[in-house]
Design a protein around this ligand. Sequence first.
Ligand code: G6P
Length: 362
Amino acid sequence: DEADKGTYPFYMLKEVDEQPNVMRKLAQTYLSEHGVPQIDDKLIKAMEAADRLYIVGAGTSYHAGLVGKRLFEKLAHIPTEVHVSSEFAYEQPMLSEKPFFIFLTQSGETADSREVLVNVNDAGYPSLTITNVQNSTLSREATYTLLLHAGPEIAVASTKAYTAQIALEAILAKALGEVTGQIVAQDFNIRQQLGLVATGMQAIVDEKDTLEKIANDYLMQSNRAFYIGRGIDHAVSLEAALKLKEISYVQAEGFASGELKHGTIALIEKDTPVIGFITQAKTAGLTRSNLQETMARGAKTLTIVREGLAIDGDDLILPDVDEMLMPLLSVVPAQLLAYYTSLNKGLDVDKPRNLAKSVTVE
Ligand code: G6P
C-alpha cells in the first residue's frame, strides 16, 4: 500500500526517501526514451501564445514556483512572475496582455489558490494546475492539468511534492523552450539530468547519520537559525527555513545572503546557526563572504555546496547536476536536518502543532 508507513517511524522520512523514484517516474511519464517532452500540444500552444506566466501557490508550492520562475525564464525565455495566492486573490497585480496562469498545489484544494483560479476563469484566461491529486478542485477547474505522480503525501511538511513540482516545471520549461526555438532548451538534456538528480538524491538520503549528527550538534541547541543564498539558492533557503519552522519550531529565516547586512545581521549572536547554500558559480564567492561576515559576529556557519564549487573545510558536499536543477538536491539535506531536529526534540514530525495538510479556508 502506497500510503502505508511500512517500517518508517514517520511518513516524512518515507516521503523524503521516495524522491529519487519520483524523479524517475516523472521522467518516464513526461519524457520519451530520447528525452523529448511528451506534453499535450494544446497546452504548449496555449503557453506559447502567452506573453507572461503567472505562477500562483501557497507555502511550499509557492517556493517551488520561485524556482520555476528561473526555469521558465532561462529555458523558455518567457517573463514569469510568482505570487502567493492569498495575496494575489485580494490585490491582483497589473496583468500583461496575454497572461497564462500556472497553479502549483500538492492537494489541489487550497482555498486561497482556488480563489485566484475562480477570478482567472471569470476573466477568461487560460490556466494549468500542477497537482498531486487527480480530480482535485483546482485540477477540475483549470483549463489544463499535469499530475505530479509523487504518490500520496501524508506528512504535513511537504517534501516530495516540492521536488516533483520543480522537476515537472523543468520538463515543461524545456518543452516550451524547444517549441519557441531556445537553444538553451534544445541543449538541455533533461532526461540525463533527471537521472543524475535521482542518483544524487539517493546519495544524500544515504547520509542520514551525518545529517542526524549535524542536526543534533548544530540545530538542537538553538531556537533560531538562518538559511542564506543568492538567486535560486535564495529560493531554496526559503523552503529550507520553512521546513525547520514547521516541524521543529526553530524560528528560521531564509534570506538573500547579500541583503543580510542591510539590517538582519543585527540578529546574529554567538552560536547562531547560519547555513549557506552555494550551488551557483556566479554567486558562490559572494555567499562565502556573506557567511564570513556572520562568522565574524559569532555565527556557527555550515555550508551546503555543489561538488564543483567545494573548497577545503566545506561541510556538506552535493553531487553536481546542471545548476538550474541544483534545488532538487540542495533541499534534501535541509529536509533531513528539519526531520532530525524535530525527531530528537520528541515532536510529532508528521503532525506539527497548528498546521493542516491542506488549508481549505481563506
Ligand atoms: C498547507 C500545508 C503546506 C502546503 C500548503 C499549500 O499550509 O501545510 O505544507 O505547502 O498548504 O498546499 P498545496 O496543497 O496547495 O500545495
